[in-house]
Design a protein around this ligand. Structure first.
Ligand code: ZN
Length: 96
């Protein structure tokens, strides 16, 4: 289980057991996410995003091939936005 799955699992459990998750637990999760997201900088993501998006548009297995990028995209709204914009461009170009 990676950290992302762990966080997701904790969130799911919290959501099921109590309407409002404990503030301290949320703070802890935020720290975990920030540490994880810091593994790769946004610059590093940008430099690999083309490759990632092409792979995803072509074979739909980019997340398996480059899990760290997938993780960063999950955590970083800016990069995720960039990724989705690129993916759209490539998919539209592919449809012709
Ligand atoms: Zn980023």
């Amino acid at each position: 289980m990676n950290i992302q799955e762990l966080i997701q699992r904790i969130r799911t459990n919290l959501g099921m057991k109590q309407g409002t998750p404990n503030e301290a637990v949320l703070g802890f999760l935020r720290v975990l996410e920030e540490v994880r997201a810091a593994d790769l900088t946004c610059d590093e993501i940008y430099s690999k995003l083309d490759e990632y998006v092409e792979r995803q548009a072509d074979r739909h297995d980019a997340a398996e091939l480059m899990p760290l990028i997938r993780e960063h995209l999950d955590l970083c709204p800016e990069c995720c936005e960039e990724y989705e914009a690129l993916l759209k461009v490539i998919e539209e170009a592919g449809e012709k």
